[in-house]
Design a protein around this ligand. Structure first.
Ligand code: SF4
Length: 177
């Protein structure tokens, strides 16, 4: 099985992508880098839930640091943008860049992200950032549109079966409005 780094934002969103990647003969390594999540208490809840789920199903889990200052430095000029706007592109780029760097450091040839499972996100906007990062890092980005084929519905079903915490907003302070 080929390894792939799966950037994951939370346990419910990671559940179905992990299953699909395994079906596609990949060995996913889950990578949690989400400095956009505010406040830290919420970050910790999402991280802990995902780490617990990975441990339950025997998937490797890694976390990078919570550098929220970096997130605000890069996004503050776009604070009034709506969701799916420029701020989100910057946010995707930041998270995917770190994911690809992690893959490179660990000699893993591919990366992708759970972010496309959400019906609130434009998958093409995420793919665009994935490919920009791939060109910069030399790690191949795989275009998985996880919301396809009822992916979102299945992920929520797995979340319910596992009593997972499910958040009510995307993540950043701006998305709480
Ligand atoms: S709304 Fe979501 S994707 Fe957009 S900047 Fe905030 S956390 Fe990132």
């Amino acid at each position: 099985m080929k390894k792939i780094v799966l950037h994951a934002c939370c346990a419910p969103c990671a559940s179905y992508p992990i299953e699909l990647l395994i079906k596609d003969n990949f060995k996913p390594v889950v990578f949690f880098y989400n400095p956009n999540i505010f406040p830290y208490k919420e970050y910790k809840i999402r991280r802990d839930e995902l780490e617990k789920y990975c441990s339950k199903i025997g998937i490797d889990f890694f976390e990078d640091r919570y550098d929220i200052k970096e997130f605000y430095k890069l996004t503050k000029e776009y604070k009034d943008e709506p969701e799916k706007g420029k701020r989100c592109s910057v946010c995707f780029n930041l998270r995917l860049q770190k994911t690809a760097e992690f893959a490179k450091e660990n000699c893993i040839d591919f990366f992708t992200t759970t972010l496309t499972v959400s019906p609130h996100k434009n998958s093409n906007q995420i793919f665009e950032q994935g490919h920009l990062v791939a060109v910069k890092t030399g790690v191949e980005f795989l275009e998985y549109n996880f919301k396809k084929n009822d992916g979102y519905k299945i992920s929520r079903q797995i979340a319910r079966e596992n009593n997972m915490y499910a958040q009510k907003y995307c993540g950043c302070m701006y998305s709480m409005r």
